[in-house]
Design a protein around this ligand. Sequence first.
Ligand code: ADP
Ligand code: GLC
Length: 486
Amino acid sequence: MEVLSVASEAYPLIKTGGLADVVGVLPAALAPHGVSMRVLLPGYPRVMSGLTGGHEIYWFEDLFGGEARLIAGRANGLDAIAIDAPHLYDRPGNPYLGPDGKDWPDNWRRFAALSFAGYEISRGIVEGYRPEVLHCHDWQAGLVPAYVRFNPGSTARTIVTVHNIAFQGVFGWDVFNGLKLDYEAARTGSIEYFGNLSYLKAGLLLADEVTTVSPTYAHEIRTAAYGMGLEGLLQSRADSVMGILNGIDANEWNPGTDPALAQTYGASTIFNRAANKAAVEQRFGLEPGEGPIFCVVSRLTTQKGLDMLPGLIDMLVAHGGRLAVLGSGDAAIENGFAGAALRHPGKVGVHIGYDEGLSHLMQGGADAILIPSRFEPCGLTQLYGLRYGCIPVVSRVGGLADTVIDANEAAIEAGVATGVVFSPAAEEVLGEAIRRTIALYARPKVWHKMQRRGMKSDVSWELSAEKYADLYGSLLGHARDDDADD
Ligand code: ADP
Ligand code: GLC
């Protein structure tokens, strides 16, 4: 099966969050299931410089306002097609924001062009390549099903995967004329959203199948509390909204071989984590101590519930804990952590920024990772925590609820506990979870058992890759039936 994955980021070429990890690993996870997957990406500077063996496979005289080329190349085994369109993507900043931290004003055009290029490829513009399925990720690829449905020439089947329903790609109607989208899309109301237009809504409505990244989130987004306005639409498509849990890239995230660690280890050599803990202390300026080191590796946003943490740090330190924070995001949260580091030298260390290697070391050396999300479609850092023996302390939402088993006394007794789970995501409840974690850490036997259990839990792609492969297969089966009816 030839599948083209359409996305705004993919590790190792470009990453701002978990989306990149997932898009980057899916092709390798799916290969054993008979799926040949390439990834279509915007040609940001880092994508263009990261590709090896890049060669032109198509030329657009005009792609949304300028010349563009499709460049096929590879990155660490990833088979990528980059849209080399300097007028859209050759800019500083991250994929979505300029250096001033604000959305690029022409994001509507930049990601319409991504979707349009995906549709064009599915029409067969590239010689010798015509994907049968377009797997579209988040709002940036949300218009793909609209082009396939309303513009001529593509018979591809489409899947939209929701990695985060909070981002919906909403723009004013004035952009419609620039989309190269057949007027029928407007006339039928397919892309209309409360008086504006929404790329994600279009995708959710028009895709052959909709998936999201955990079973619990698949239920949550059909409710008003989590659906962010799209719950009605999702209820109406309930039969085709499936939750397929993310896995991790077990080569990139393997404590037995990870080059970012001071010392590698496995479930039976967990004592070797001590060297990594010392390295974390050193990197964050923490004094050695008896209590646990908590870490945060995250976007610092209210989604992640991290606005609740600064107010709890005095308590965390008073109970003998230490804290290492790596992340960036909302200025108020960054300042909250910076203030705590000043109040508690040697106990709290903060790195504002993004550092892939350091994130690995923290999973390998900190004792617990705090993930108090208000909502979490899947979450990957708790999966890395499980694999690395860094106990996840999580709120009971989305993929966090699906992947971590709370250390209540019954679960401890049964030997199935892998972390600390709390609900609801509220400051005093998080505080209680932190105290509970510190108390568990003081029971070394229980703690080590949880670590080992977590390290053995299945966080691989095995089961989920099969589900995606089955889904593509069933779509193509339908395609054959439809053709037979014609
Ligand atoms: P989300 O995609 O919502 O941000 P996930 O848990 O799915 O959350 O994925 C986050 C990914 O980004 C993980 O790979 C995590 O390790 C990484 N990450 C987040 N913040 C940082 C940071 N400051 N430095 C390095 N890696 C980070
Ligand atoms: C999004 C979600 C996160 C998920 C990731 C990959 O960024 O916020 O929960 O793990 O996508 O699917």
